[in-house]
Each structure stands twice: as C-alpha cells, then as structure tokens.
Ligand binder design. Structure first.
Ligand code: 4NP
Length: 155
C-alpha cells in the first residue's frame, strides 16, 4: 500500500498527516509507504511550519525531518491512494490525474465523513493547529483500518 497525502503548501497539514500515518504504520508493522506533497511550489525544500512541528512534538511525534515538495506526474503512477486535505486540493489533483493513473484520488476526511463534505481547515493563517491534529489523528486511524480491511478482502 502506497499512500500520498496532499495539501497546498506541504508545510502545515500534510506533514502532520504523513507523521501520523508513519507512526501507525510503524506501530502496526505494516509494509506500507507514505509520503506527502503540496499542489503549490512556494515552500519546496522547507521544513514543516514550526506550529505543525510543535503540535506534533507535544504528542511525541517528530516531523522535523520532513522537507516540502510539489506533486509530480509520477506520483499518480507510483501511489495507490492520494488523499487531499480539502476540496480545492482534490479538484487540483483530479484535473492533473492522467486517465491511466494507478492512484485513486479522494479526500482525507472521507474516512470520518462519508458524505464527503468535511475538509481539513487550512491553519496557516488562523493557527488552528490543534484542531487539525485531532481531525487528522482520527481520519488517519480510520483510513488505516479501512485499507487493512480492503487488503484482507483481496487475499
Ligand atoms: P498547508 O498550509 O497547505 O497546510 O501546507 C499552507 C501553507 C502555506 C500557504 C498556504 C497554506 N501559503 O499561502 O503560503
């Protein structure tokens, strides 16, 4: 299972989601890969926003080694699932997605909101980093459960 989480800048939301996936993958000893990317190019090469680093550190999660990158076409062939933080990110990804892509594109919060309405709010300007962390912690747990259930059905 290869999972890519995507937001706008790849410095606030998707680095937290990547860290949470990485933690659960390690804890559950799953042979899965996770990465994150942004739809925009402004922050390429930067480490996560200090507020994302700080909220994760307060929960025992170190995401300071991550560096921002932008989504690229190869991602649509490499990853199985690409999870967007909000509707604008998903729209961007669906426009880019080639017809013969491997990756299925959907929204991160679909795992806790089957109606597909919920978005992860962008905390860059309003500082809602704790809220974002809690939302993502819940959604990542449900996503891992869902992927594991689907994989065991395939066997
Ligand atoms: P992210 O947050 O998409 O969660 O990484 C943002 C980071 C930077 C900007 C906007 C959102 N920006 O406008 O630079």
């Amino acid at each position: 299972m290869r999972i890519l989480v995507v937001c706008l800048g790849n410095i606030c939301r998707s680095p937290i989601a990547e860290g949470l996936f990485r933690k659960r993958i390690l804890e559950q000893n799953l042979p899965w890969e996770v990465d994150s990317a942004g739809t925009g190019s402004w922050h390429i090469g930067e480490m996560p926003d200090h507020r994302s680093v700080s909220v994760c550190r307060s929960k025992g999660l170190d995401i300071s080694g991550q560096r921002a990158r932008q989504i690229r076409m190869e991602d649509f062939y490499h990853f199985d699932r690409i999870l967007a933080m909000d509707q604008a990110n998903e729209d961007h990804l669906l426009k880019m997605r080639p017809d013969d892509a491997r990756a299925r594109v959907s929204k991160m919060l679909d795992f806790i909101d089957p109606d597909g309405q919920l978005e992860v709010p962008d905390p860059y300007w309003d500082g809602r980093f704790h809220e974002v962390y809690e939302l993502l912690d819940d959604a990542v747990e449900k996503a891992v459960d869902s992927f594991m259930a689907n994989q065991s059905q395939d066997v």
